[in-house]
Design a protein around this ligand. Structure first.
Ligand SMILES: [Ca+2]
Length: 606
């Protein structure tokens, strides 16, 4: 029987490890049954405090203190919020696809995103939030709370896994944990996770598989069943269709399940290639990018610096870094105006400048339209009275893409750019600008590939408005954050099988204030590209290249490689990366004996 006492807490300042600390005791609130009966947590003030855009590096003692509080800190977080959110919050996770770190107005962009900007001004923007550098591993990490490699959804050395990998039985998706607390769960958009959608715990789904053509519903699945496209698809655009399905689900929820909380996962395909957008949206941006990628990067960086989002130099364009995969045939189809390197804008021909600026205009139009569709979803949340107690999270699955290819229906150079008959990709020039101020792109684990905006909006649960949060965090943190917000304890077993410990941390502490979430490290591996972040140190290496070492207190743009002068630091961090990799390999090795899951419809491997 639950204790029906109100939440009580006491805070005392005490020294720890030579630094001022806080002793906090909390009595449980009955609305959060996951909390143990009593908690006593000692937090060293300086170890858990962010110092701003360039976080201060902990001393040795601070590092020890960080380890000491690793497990305990996240359990405290909603003590200050749950009393205002007695009803379980609704959860909405919106994901963009291949959108760069600087592509939203509230992250420095000239692209018009008023709806997302309004969510940001009514909530929080995280400045150091990370994904996994690629579509499918991010989605696996986002919905399971594990690194994708732990659940076989990205490759480990000598163990395989990846876009076709199958999760072990214990690797449940978030809905399986939410449903036990009464949540209805909806999915509208891209999937790219193994297995069908409804067996993943969702009650309704629109699975948009039309990723080669944004102007047809052909290939899409409704509740895992193939749909028949309308005879006249002249009004179809997938971004709008995705939002419309979400709105329809929400209207149905309001009518038929008004007393139940809901989780809605809305992963748009936008602005993934092929660059397909509505003509009127493209027209809005047609001439905006004639200034070129060099000027655009400087302008975005200036706004990012002025608004406090970043404190780092702007990385110079890497003129010799092009697409991550060769598609030589594509250039023959695309013609001489396509270019595979971000050379100086002034060195391009007039035709190249016009072509490249048009591609960026389509990219911008796709994001602009997505923002407006998100506005329609928000309007529906407001209309049904759900907006104030909805925890809404918005992020991108990887950085902007330098890829250039022609697939699916091919490319007609005579057709209007951005129309269904064309197949254009952003490419390394404007991708670099979209990832300002960072280096590299989707697939790399330098900051340009893995940094994403994270907007968090929850009026009833987060008092702060229009504030920045500088703690490093990762999509593995979303599951524990959502479960904490919903007051749900993750089970230790699934159908008799133990569920392994997950690496993510709840962000709840950072919801309340600009605090650093304690953790040992953040880890990346994708197609041989690898990285590890500990505090403000990061080691990173492209496939086959040696480790680079960066100090993020001043150099998040990864400009001054300190590896040669600090070999001991590189060795220390590389050993930690190796230990993590070995631990993940051991976990996967144990679960390899699991029976394979049935193969299901998934997006092709991109
Ligand atoms: Ca993607």
């Amino acid at each position: 029987m639950k204790t029906m006492l109100p939440s009580l807490s006491w805070t005392f300042r005490v020294p720890i490890f030579g630094f001022p600390g806080i002793l906090r005791c909390i009595h449980p609130c009955p609305s959060i049954p996951a909390l143990p009966s009593w908690l006593a947590v000692v937090m060293p003030d300086r170890a858990v405090r962010s110092s701003g855009p360039g976080l201060s590096r902990g001393t040795g003692n601070q590092a020890q203190a960080m380890k000491a509080i690793l497990v305990l800190v996240t359990l405290l977080a909603f003590a200050g919020t749950h009393s205002r959110a007695a009803e379980k919050p609704n959860i909405v996770i919106i994901l963009a696809d291949d959108m760069g770190w600087s592509d939203l107005g509230c992250y420095g962009s000239e692209i018009e995103t008023p709806n997302l900007d309004t969510l940001a001004s009514g909530g929080l923007r995280f400045t150091q939030f990370y994904n996994t550098a690629r579509c499918w591993p991010t989605r696996a990490a986002l919905l399971t709370g594990y690194y994708a490699q732990q659940v076989r959804r990205d490759a480990l050395p000598n163990l395989g896994g990846g876009g076709q990998g199958r999760r072990p039985g214990w690797a449940r998706l978030l809905p399986d944990f939410l449903k036990s607390a009464g949540y209805r769960c909806y999915h509208s958009g891209k999937w790219h996770i193994d297995g069908d959608v409804l067996p993943g715990g969702f009650d309704r789904s629109l699975h948009t598989r039309n990723d080669g053509n944004f102007f047809t519903a052909k290939g899409n699945l409704l509740d895992d069943q193939p749909i028949t496209p309308a005879a006249d698809e002249s009004g179809y655009y997938v971004t709008t269709a995705t939002a419309q399905h979400a709105i329809d689900c929400l209207k149905d929820h309001a009518a038929n399940n008004p007393g139940r909380p809901f989780f809605h996962y809305i992963p748009f395909i936008s602005p993934h290639f092929p660059l397909h957008a509505l003509p009127e949206d493209i027209a809005k941006y047609r001439d905006r990018y004639r200034v070129g990628w060099d000027v655009m990067r400087e302008a975005r960086f200036k706004r990012q610096t002025e608004t406090g989002l970043i404190r780092t130099p702007l990385s110079p364009l890497e003129r010799d870094v092009g697409p991550p995969y060769p598609f030589p045939d594509a250039f023959a189809k695309l013609g001489p105006d396509e270019i595979d390197r971000p050379i100086a804008w002034t060195e391009l021909t007039d035709g190249q400048r016009r072509f490249q600026a048009t591609k960026m205009a389509i990219h911008a139009a796709m994001i602009d339209r997505m923002d407006r569709e998100i506005g329609r979803v928000v309007d529906q949340l407001k209309a049904m009275g759900a907006f104030d107690n909805t925890l809404l999270l918005f992020a991108s699955d990887n950085g902007a893409s330098a890829e250039i290819m022609v697939r699916h229906g091919g490319h007609d150079p005579q057709a209007a750019p951005g129309s269904a008959a064309t197949y254009l990709c952003l490419g390394p020039g404007f991708s670099s600008a979209c990832n300002s101020p960072f280096r590299r792109h989707k697939t790399w684990v330098h900051e340009g590939g893995i940094a994403t905006p994270l907007i968090v909006h929850w009026p009833k649960g987060i008092a702060a408005k229009n504030e920045l949060r500088h703690t490093p965090a990762h999509v593995i943190d979303i599951v524990p954050t959502v479960l904490a917000a919903a007051g749900i304890e993750k089970p230790a077993q699934w159908k008799g099988e133990p569920i392994p410990a997950a690496p993510g941390r709840s962000l709840a502490l950072a919801f309340a204030k600009d605090a650093t979430i304690a953790r040992e490290s953040l880890w990346w591996l994708h197609e041989g590209n690898r990285a590890l972040r500990v505090g403000d140190w990061k080691i990173v290496a492209a496939k086959g290249a040696p480790w680079e070492l960066y100090d993020f207190t001043t150099d998040r743009a990864e400009q001054q490689d300190l590896a040669a002068g600090m070999p001991a630091k590189v060795e220390e961090l590389a050993a930690l990366w190796q230990r993590q990799t070995a631990a993940f390999s051991e976990l996967v090795g144990k679960s390899m004996a699991d029976p394979p899951r049935p193969k299901a419809a998934t997006n092709d491997g991109k």
